[in-house]
Design a protein around this ligand. Structure first.
Ligand code: CAA
Length: 304
C-alpha cells in the first residue's frame, strides 16, 4: 500500500502511563513532531518524563543517537497543565488517547476532544480491545444525528492506533478502522505510525482486534494452568520461553502488561463475543480484587 503524507505537524497524547509515555517518545524522536502530553495526575506525568529521560540517555550512551537528537526530542515534548486539560491541545493535528481500558472514560474523553480540538484533527485511540466504532459514536454530540453529514464528519475522525508495550522497542502498530472512519484519516494515521518507525497491520473492529483476540486466551490458559496446579509459575513460563522461544513466559507477560489491563481486555472480549473461551479465570479476577496489578505496582505473579 502506498504511504500518503500524514501532514501531522503537532500531536497531543492523553495519558502519561507506560503506553502514553512511549508514544510521546517515538513521536518526538522518530516522527520528530512536537508533542503535548497530558495526564490528570501531575505525579504520573513527572514519572513519565523521567522515564523518557532515562531511555534517551541510554540511546545516547549506546551510540544509537547523538546527544543533540536526545535534547531535541526531549524539547519537543511539552506538558499540558492540569488547569488547561484538553483545551491545552486545541491546535494539534492528531490526538492519541492512551488512558486506562475503560469505555465510559474513553467516551467522556472523545466527547470532549471532539468539542475542544481543531475540527480537522485525527482522534486516535490506543485501546487494546474496546470497539472503535463505539468510541467514535461517543464523539458525536447528543444534539447531532450520527447519520447527518456533520455527525459522519465528527465520527469519521476517530481511528484505532494500537501500540505495543514497550512502545520504543516493539515494532508493531495495529490499525483499526471504525465503521465511521474516513479513508483519509485511516491513511494518515497509518503514515504517522510508519513515521514513528513502526510496521502496521490492519484489523477489523472486533473485540481485541487480532492481537488480543489471540494473546489473551493464551495468557488466560496459562493462568488456569497455574490455578489447576498443573505446574508452577516458573515452569509454565520457562516452558514457553525455552520451548517456544517466547521472550517472556505468559505469566511474566501478564505482569508486564498489567493484570488489571489483562482482566479489562478479557472482560471486553467475553462480553463482546459471549464466547466462553474468553471467560477470565477466577484467579486473575481475585488477583485484581487484591489490587495486585503486576510489575506496575510491585506484585503480580512475581514480586518486583
Ligand atoms: N520501556 C522501554 N524500553 C524497554 C522497556 C520498557 N518498559 N523494557 C525493556 N526495554 C528495553 C531495554 O532498555 C533494552 O533496550 P536496549 O536493547 O537498548 O538495551 C531492550 O528493551 C531489551 O531489554 P532487556 O535486555 O532488559 O530485557 P529483554 O531482552 O528481556 O527484553 C522485552 C525486554 C523487550 C520487554 C522482551 O522481554 C519482550 O519483548 N517481551 C515481550 C513483550 C511483549 O510481548 N509486548 C507486547 C505486550 S501486549 C501489548 O502491549 C498490547 C496489549 O494490548 C496488551
Amino acid at each position: 500500500m502506498s504511504i500518503v503524507a500524514h501532514n501531522i505537524r503537532k500531536i497531543g497524547v492523553m495519558g502519561a502511563g507506560q503506553m502514553g509515555t512511549g508514544i510521546a517518545l517515538v513521536s518526538a524522536l522518530r516522527a520528530k513532531v512536537p508533542v503535548l502530553l497530558y495526564d490528570r495526575s501531575p505525579e504520573q506525568t513527572k514519572k513519565g518524563l523521567a522515564f523518557v529521560d532515562k531511555l534517551l540517555e541510554k540511546d545516547v550512551n549506546k551510540g544509537r543517537i547523538q546527544s543533540i537528537d536526545a535534547k531535541e526530542a526531549k524539547d519537543r515534548i511539552q506538558v499540558v497543565g492540569h488547569e488547561e486539560g484538553i483545551k491545552g491541545m486545541r491546535d494539534v493535528d492528531m490526538v492519541i488517547e492512551a488512558v486506562s481500558e475503560s469505555l465510559p472514560l474513553k467516551q467522556a474523553i472523545f466527547a470532549s476532544l471532539a468539542a475542544e480540538i481543531n475540527p480537522n484533527a485525527i482522534l486516535a485511540t490506543n485501546t487494546s480491545s474496546i470497539s472503535i466504532t463505539k468510541i467514535a459514536a461517543s464523539a458525536v454530540p447528543k444534539d447531532v444525528s450520527s447519520a447527518s453529514d456533520e455527525g459522519k464528519k465528527i465520527a469519521g475522525r476517530v481511528v484505532g492506533l494500537h501500540f505495543f508495550n514497550p512502545v520504543p522497542v516493539m515494532k508493531l502498530v495495529e490499525l483499526i478502522s471504525a465503521l465511521q472512519t474516513t479513508p483519509d484519516v485511516l491513511n494518515r494515521a497509518r503514515s504517522f505510525a510508519v513515521a514513528c518507525g513502526k510496521e502496521v497491520t490492519t484489523s477489523k473492529d472486533v473485540p481485541g482486534f487480532v492481537s488480543n483476540a489471540l494473546l489473551m486466551p493464551f495468557i488466560n490458559e496459562a493462568i488456569m494452568c497455574l490455578e489447576k496446579g498443573i505446574a508452577t509459575k516458573e515452569d509454565i513460563d520457562t516452558t514457553l520461553k525455552l520451548g517456544m522461544n517466547h521472550p517472556m513466559g505468559p505469566l511474566q507477560l501478564a505482569d508486564f502488561i498489567g493484570l488489571d489491563t489483562c482482566l479489562a481486555i478479557q472482560q471486553t472480549l467475553y462480553e463482546g463475543t459471549r464466547d466462553s473461551k474468553y471467560r477470565p479465570s477466577i484467579l486473575l479476577e481475585r488477583m485484581v480484587d487484591a489490587q495486585w496489578y503486576g510489575k506496575k505496582n510491585g506484585k503480580g505473579f512475581y514480586e518486583y
